[in-house]
Unconditional design. Structure first.
Length: 355
């Protein structure tokens, strides 16, 4: 007869088997569901569980699957900090801190304008879900200081004129829709900047959900990870040459396109938690033809597809650790190539979190 934990016929082996059996069965059930997420399921807040392999790795490091989320083996609170990705887990202590994190994470579909009441968001519940996590992951640091060199992303080169790019008639319509911006200032802007100004239906006094989440995380002393910096984001917005994207702005202005109705329709999809319908609406590219349609397709590729490809491996690594609250634009999450579907195909279990 062998002795100790390796004893075949003794009570130790039997006890270990019975203790681990529920965990293994649960993990197998989790794995069976991975890859089955239907991206047309309605929701804006999603609970994400790591793949079976990540759970097994955590168990191998001594993680306790029965431990309440957020409590480490000694009963201490998980570490907190404030900064970029390097601060999320103290250097050289990943193994020590990983078990202290909840196994699940949350992914929240943000929308960059609109007040919580308009969007039917219950902020106390949202803040509670954030507080269950130890790291906020968002697109960009909203406190990053604007630098003079960033102006090249939004201003036309010397000698270029927005009026000449879109024509006198379209420029007159642009002035009519943006009466508070001097014509001389409008004339220096790249077409994508003017389009953004038209599409943003609220004043600067309206605080975005993104900003609220970052404020709450800061107040709680949570670590923060940003998926890109401001130049990365500006480069994505500015990826189509002004001469090409001017066609989009011109067609929108001369077709009588209502930017306010477009914004309200978008907010309506969000209120209904129907991100798939929003994507269908974006895919239709209403009223654009020819060169304008091609320019808009390229702009969308830069803004959504390219950034998703860059973010996905980062999110994969973070979400395997658990304890993260990810807040990115809703349009990045939906679709067969959206982040949720791609994470599901990588083995993550994704469920809509009820409000």
């Amino acid at each position: 007869m062998r002795t100790g934990a390796t004893e075949v016929g003794g009570s130790t082996a039997a006890l270990m088997a019975w203790c681990t059996l529920p965990l293994l069965l649960g993990a197998l059930a989790l794995q069976a569901r991975a890859g089955d997420f239907d991206w047309r399921t309605r929701g804006v807040l999603f609970r994400v569980e790591p793949p079976l392999a990540a759970i097994q790795q955590d168990i191998g490091r001594g993680g306790d699957p029965t431990r309440p989320a957020g409590a480490d083996p000694a009963g201490q609170a998980p570490p907190s900090g404030d900064g970029d990705a390097g601060d999320a887990v103290p250097s050289g202590q990943g193994d020590a801190y990983a078990p202290a994190s909840p196994r699940h994470s949350y992914v929240f579909a943000t929308i960059h304008y609109g007040d919580p009441d308009t969007l039917l968001l219950y902020l106390p519940r949202l803040r509670q879900r954030l507080s269950e996590s130890r790291v906020l992951v968002n697109e960009v640091d909203l406190e990053e200081v604007w630098q003079p060199e960033y102006e090249t992303y939004r201003k036309l080169a010397t000698g270029q004129s927005l009026r000449r790019l879109i024509g006198d008639q379209a420029f007159a319509e642009l002035q009519a829709q943006l009466p508070d911006t001097p014509p001389q200032a409008l004339d220096t802007l790249k077409p994508w900047v003017a389009m953004s100004m038209l599409e943003f239906p609220f004043g600067a006094e309206t605080r975005s959900i993104d900003a609220m989440l970052q404020d709450w995380a800061g107040q709680a002393g949570m670590a923060r990870v940003h998926l890109e910096n401001l130049p990365d984001q500006l480069a994505a917005l500015d990826c189509v040459p002004p001469t090409d994207y001017a066609k989009v702005l011109e067609q929108r202005l001369l077709s009588g396109w209502s930017f306010d109705l477009d914004a309200e329709r978008t907010a309506g999809y969000y209120r209904e938690r129907d991100l798939a319908a929003w994507l269908d609406d974006v895919d239709s590219m209403h009223g654009l033809t020819g060169a304008a349609l091609a320019a808009e397709e390229e702009a969308r590729r830069c803004l959504i597809s390219v950034r998703n490809e860059r973010w996905l491996p980062v999110l994969d690594g973070l979400l395997r650790q658990g304890g993260h609250f990810v807040a990115v634009g809703a349009i990045h999450l939906t679709g067969d190539e959206g982040l949720l579907a791609q994470l599901s195909r990588r083995g993550f279990e994704i469920d809509v979190e009820p409000w």
